[in-house]
Design a protein around this ligand. Structure first.
Ligand code: PBG
Ligand code: ZN
Length: 324
């Protein structure tokens, strides 16, 4: 009998396994999404996302301080405005929760990047990602509004502008508006490959952004489509995206690996609310080992090709990495 290939030699001890590991997580690659509301002293737990809250700016600052101390790479701010209207005008209110949150983080001098999600669905009364004409979201009428919101977040001091609306041409529209407003240095991370996913369910609770009628399937991608990701990717790169995102992460690792092979810019992957809540809720019941599944899920996303991971686990995972 010939000798078998003895792959177990390199799995013998912890030290050997650590040495030959092919994927390493680092807190600097994590970006923590946060939900910001107006007011003071508010920490309103989100029922469908155990461990996550809607936070007023002062309370948010405590969380961002903790994240920065743990070496977390960034935070991504979502705003829940006091008032909504047909066109989402509060999205570019300089005193809205997101600009106020960005200014607070900048003012505190924290060593962490600040990302601003750009979309109108948290700000429109109907919960759609753009203006409604007839019974659908009007692409070209939405672009100038997204650009206005992006400039408001840039003026407040954001490091990364992240459009998540999936309108065609939004990266170019936002790039032009940022340049004209004197923000040529500011990076755009486009949610380039974003699927119409049921995994966003808990987020829509958290951000109060569920569409009042219809769904997002006329602008977000069909979960069945893999090659189409390349079309979205090329368009956004041609329009000037500095980084691109794949979303959701875990259920779309094949797409993430394709994107990794197809471009050289940094790639972010968003482990979305549904992915988070499924792990958290199973762990609370002791059906799974929550810490291990958390780390395994993040490792898988990194292994498939993500340089940056947006995850609600950012602080928990960073703490665990620090302990090791
Ligand atoms: C806004 C937006 C959504 C998410 C990020 N930005 C919701 C949606 O598109 O319906 C989802 C994030 C998550 O589920 O964690 N367009
Ligand atoms: Zn939206």
């Amino acid at each position: 009998m010939t000798e078998p290939v003895r792959t177990r030699r390199l799995r013998r001890t912890d030290a050997i396994r650590r040495m030959v590991t092919q994927t390493r997580l680092d807190p600097a690659m994590f970006v923590l999404p946060l939900f910001v509301v107006s007011g003071e002293g508010i920490d309103r737990p989100i029922g469908s996302m155990p461990g996550q809250s809607q936070l007023s700016v002062d309370m948010m600052l405590d969380v961002v301080t903790e994240a920065a101390e743990l070496g977390v790479g960034g935070v991504m701010l979502f705003g829940i405005p006091d008032a909504k209207d047909e066109t989402g005008t509060s999205a570019w209110d300089p005193d809205g929760p997101v600009p106020a949150g960005i200014r607070a983080i900048r003012g505190a001098g924290l060593d962490i990047t600040v990302w601003a999600d750009v979309c109108l669905c948290e700000y429109t009364s109907h919960g759609h990602c753009g203006v409604i004409v007839g019974d659908s979201v009007d692409n070209d009428g939405t672009l100038p509004l997204l650009a206005r919101a992006a400039v408001a977040y840039a003026d407040a001091g954001a490091d990364v502008i992240a459009p998540s609306d999936m309108m065609d041409g939004r990266v170019a529209a936002i790039r032009t508006a940022l340049d004209e407003a004197g923000h040529a240095e500011l990076a755009i991370c486009s949610y380039s490959v974003k699927y119409a996913s049921a995994y966003y369910g808990p987020f829509r609770d958290a951000a109060d952004s569920a569409p009042a009628f219809g769904d997002r399937r006329t602008h977000q991608m069909d979960p069945a489509n893999r090659r189409e990701a390349m079309v979205e990717l090329s368009a956004d790169l041609a329009e000037g995206a500095d980084m691109v995102m794949v979303k959701p992460a875990g259920p779309y690792l094949d797409v993430l690996a394709d994107v990794r092979r197809a471009c050289e810019v940094p790639i972010a992957a968003y482990q979305v609310s549904g992915e988070y809540s499924m792990i958290r809720s199973a762990a609370e019941r002791d059906w799974i080992d929550g810490e291990r599944v958390m780390m395994e899920s993040l490792t898988s996303v990194a292994r498939a090709g993500a340089d940056i991971i947006l995850t609600y686990f950012a602080i928990d995972a960073a703490r665990l990495l620090e302990e090791r």
